[in-house]
Design a protein around this ligand. Structure first.
Ligand code: GUN
Length: 287
């Protein structure tokens, strides 16, 4: 058997078109467009690429993109002052502070400073608490994108399936588990201290891998017919060349899974599409 390769790039492109069409309509109705502010502190090369891509996608969706690049020495107080300025700016509907932040700045404190209504990352405790208690909220972009792909491939119904989430981060693992629970899955969160992780993963009908370990998940870990979503983006250097691999050994796992996301071109493009979706949601709620 060979798995269906889930085309996240095409799915994300469709989603972005839908968002852009909605932005157009609202612009005609209100004369206003959504504004997304992205704040980058320091010069982390990967973060610079992400921020550039986010800005480009925002403009392509017909939204206003505001980018703030602050030096690595920016203090926590200065960054929070910037966030507060954006909280009070009527033209800004979404605020994203790119993570990771330099070590001297508390990510928790900065996220807490973002107004929950503008928290398009869905990282504020108000939004994560709402997600946990089943209330409408801004949902973190990457797990939101994973869920859209899963619902598409499974015909909308995830009920009763055993979902194993590998990884327990606030950005992906924990919100992913909450979303799957809300879809009536039986959810297990596994992580670096989990015992006999291969045997546990082998029980999964749905596997979401988000641990940042190159090709950790082998064919023998995966139940035949499982749907595999690979969130990992790991850079591996082989001689002169670098390539991106996921947390799943793609070639071998694709032999047994029923569907699998590739890296790149799977989950990655969905994250930005969902960021635009959240910005649209925040804008609509502000009208
Ligand atoms: N760094 C890696 N992923 C993310 C994300 O989804 N949002 C933000 N703000 N920073 C990130």
């Amino acid at each position: 058997m060979s798995a269906h390769i889930i085309d996240g790039k095409a799915f994300a492109a469709k989603l972005r078109e839908q968002v852009a069409a909605e932005v157009d309509l609202l612009k005609e109705e209100t004369g206003r467009v959504p504004g997304l502010a992205v704040v980058l502190v320091g010069e982390d090369p990967a973060s610079q690429v992400y921020v550039r891509n986010k800005g480009k996608a925002t403009v392509e969706a017909g939204m206003e993109s505001l980018e703030f690049r602050l030096p690595a020495e920016t203090s926590e107080t200065e960054l929070i002052a910037k966030v507060e300025e954006l909280n009070n700016d009527q033209n800004v509907h979404g605020i994203l502070v790119q993570l990771p932040l330099p070590k001297h700045i508390s990510e928790e404190a900065v996220i807490a400073a973002i107004h929950p209504d503008k928290d398009v990352d869905g990282f504020h405790v108000m939004n994560s608490g709402k997600l946990m208690t089943g209330q409408a909220s801004l949902v973190p972009c990457t797990p939101q994108g994973c869920l859209l792909l899963l619902k598409d491939v499974l015909g909308g119904d995830l009920s009763g399936k055993h979902a194993v989430v590998l990884g327990r981060s606030n950005i992906v693992g924990k919100p992913m588990a909450m979303l799957l629970l809300a879809e009536h899955c039986t959810v297990t969160i596994a992580h670096s201290r989990t015992r006999d992780i291969a045997a546990l993963v082998r029980q999964a009908d749905i596997l979401v891998a988000a641990v940042g370990r190159s090709e950790l998940v082998k064919q023998s870990w995966v139940k035949p017919g499982a749907v595999v979503i690979d969130v990992g983006i790991n850079r591996v250097v082989e001689g002169e060349k670098a390539r991106l691999v996921g947390d799943v050994a793609f070639e071998e796992v694709a032999q047994v899974a029923s569907a699998i996301t590739p890296v790149p071109g799977g989950v990655g493009p969905m994250t930005i599409a969902c960021l635009l979706r959240n910005t649209l949601t925040a804008f609509r709620a502000s009208l």
